[in-house]
Ligand binder design. Sequence first.
Ligand code: ZN
Length: 373
Amino acid sequence: MSAKRDYYEILGVTKSSTAEEIKKAYRKVAIQFHPDKNPDNKEAEEKFKEAAEAYEILSNSDKRAHYDRFGHARGNGGFSGHNMNMDDIFSQFGDIFGGGGGSPFDSFFGGSTRGGRRQRKGSNLRIKLKLTLEEIAHGVEKKIKVNRLIRAEGVTFKTCTTCQGTGQIRKVVNTMLGQMVSASTCSNCDGSGQIIDKRPSGVDSSGLVSKEEIISVKIPSGVADGMQLSMSGKGNEAPGGGTAGDLLILIEETEDKYLKRNGNDLVYDLYITFVDAAIGTNVEVPSVGGKVKIKIDPGTQSGKILRLRGKGLKDINGYETGDQLVYVNVWTPKKLTSEERAKLESLRGSSNFEPQPDSGEKGFFERMKEYFN
Ligand SMILES: [Zn+2]
């Protein structure tokens, strides 16, 4: 790298130029060599960086005095002027060009939004959303009412006086290895370089105002209780500028009257009479797709599990669909009239009523094993 050019020469000013003259001169050079205006032009970029560095030093009276005495030698001053990155450079603009999204500099380049000041992100909004099993099964579009913080109209900003619009506080720290420059985010402006100047009533200290909005949310099928969906950019807007936070939607599943959920499978407890269990019948069971007819075979044992393939919930990833399991319970009467009692009594001795479990009858443990597979 060639020897460093004189900072005054770079900006086309003299040692007796005022701070205002230096600012004006830098503005001119910066606009001339701005990367947006000179795409893929390395030379312009170098000139742009060089000018930024010169301005960084000459705009600060301490650094300027030091430079006047020692030139480019680093001396005891611990310049932070060298090796500025583009972010540092753009961060100066808040100071020089008035800052904010609507700075003259930005509009000069057609509203370029690049800037080195820290982009603030708005806070996230959290809401709970109750869904029925039916809604979960098919997916649903919900209109949600939220109170968002949005940037208020009529708020004006000014350059942060604590950090001079850079968004950073630079401090020279003495360490065993010599002096080092540490930079930390300005706490006054939270790194944005801008603070509120004027705000209308009802607007908070961040320049935000609460507004009720109806947001349409598409809930995919297969969500589950406790899942959190996130809609990016639908949270609170950022103070001053930057990107809005996210809207976080916590799913709450309301319990269904009939169907219990086990992952993507649904479980239904069916109760039948032992007459139906013995003779067989057709019954209707509820499912998320409407009522389903099922056949109860003659001789159906209590505890039998019927599997309705594909009648469960679609996996949220969309690859698989669960089943509906119908758990057959044979209802034993709790009260009997004397007539009923007499009829049953007459069957007591019948050999067909004697339990005769064979290998076809699955006991409780067998069924559980089957169920979990
Ligand atoms: Zn600040």
